[in-house]
Design a protein around this ligand. Structure first.
Ligand SMILES: [Zn+2]
Length: 306
């Protein structure tokens, strides 16, 4: 090969690489960034706030950065994303959907509450109206006044960040419960392995909800979850499903299956509905067992409510 040909080849390769890098940057939807204030941080991802006089972001950003480093290593990537902290009163202007303060992610953005979330406030009110014996277990973890933002923001922001790793590939999943399980498995694994001081914040509230039983859930089948999802289920019913998935994720990670994260991510990408036909439940179960692991396939077959 002549030297000039080689130089040309290198130039072409570099050009492709820079196009790819530009492609990576452009996946972030910046249309919702205008009007926000950029915070200076030591982290590689961009941080924007709707009000820079509210100082509630330090701990959350530290956790998100640690989670990013952990996920990047497992998923062999360097995810580019932005974090937006939005006050409740500004929520509808910047966030993709309500309720104000509940973490959400999409198009390269993680959107979090800046002040006390509406969801936490309402649930705190409901919980503390119960006889004290029912919620006394929450006090040592969430404080005398029960601050559920320690769950809804600090913990769920990690679940939302995990979603970006499959959204990045533009996946339309075979089942929504699979993408929710993926985000919860990732969150559980990170907090258990790398952020153990947050473990009780993640685990105590779900255990409390699970112990209070099924009465908040009108719908309980996986089929209902697919059809109704966030929009057509009450918040309590949606949470009920998430808590069932949390229990499954907990037992899978606790049994030492950490390679399940990358396998499940690849499965979401390889079975993307934009490029694949929808699988029947039995086809899905067979493929999950073969490509991800038996423990995921049994969630489908052993789901209590048919
Ligand atoms: Zn989710």
């Amino acid at each position: 090969m002549k030297k000039s040909t080689l130089t040309n080849l290198v130039a072409i390769l570099l050009c492709c690489l820079s196009t790819q890098l530009q492609g990576q940057e452009s996946w972030i939807d910046t249309s919702i960034h205008s009007g926000l204030i950029e915070l200076k941080t030591e982290y590689t991802f961009k941080t924007l706030v709707s009000n820079d006089s509210i100082k509630t972001t330090t701990e959350t950003l530290k956790n998100l950065n640690n989670a990013k480093l952990y996920f990047d290593k497992i998923f062999q990537t360097d995810l580019d994303f932005a974090v937006l902290f939005i006050e409740n009163k500004e929520w509808s202007k910047y966030a993709y959907f309500p309720p104000p303060g509940l973490p959400q992610a999409g198009n390269g953005n993680v959107i979090l509450g800046l002040d006390k979330s509406v969801v936490s406030r309402e649930i705190e009110k409901m919980v503390t109206q119960l006889p004290e014996q029912y919620w006394t277990s929450l006090k040592p973890v969430y404080g005398e006044n029960i601050d559920l933002d320690l769950f809804y923001r600090e913990t769920l922001s990690i679940h939302e960040l995990a979603h970006l790793y499959h959204f990045k590939e533009g996946t339309k999943p075979q089942r929504k419960w699979l993408q929710e399980l993926f985000a919860t498995l990732s969150m559980y694994s990170f907090i258990k392995e790398q952020s153990n001081s947050s473990y009780e914040l993640m685990d105590t509230y779900p255990e409390f909800v699970i112990q209070s039983g099924d009465r908040m859930a009108e719908f309980k089948t996986l089929k209902d979850f697919e059809e109704k999802y966030v929009q057509k289920l009450t918040p309590q019913n949606y949470e009920w499903y998430q808590m069932q998935l949390y229990q499954n994720a907990k037992s899978i990670i606790n049994s030492g299956k950490s390679d399940i994260l990358i396998k499940l991510l690849n499965f979401l990408i390889n079975t993307d509905l934009n490029k694949n036909e929808i699988l029947s439940d039995s086809e899905l179960s067979t493929r999950l067992e073969k490509e991800v692991g038996k423990e995921i396939a049994v969630i489908l077959t052993n789901w209590k409510h048919k």
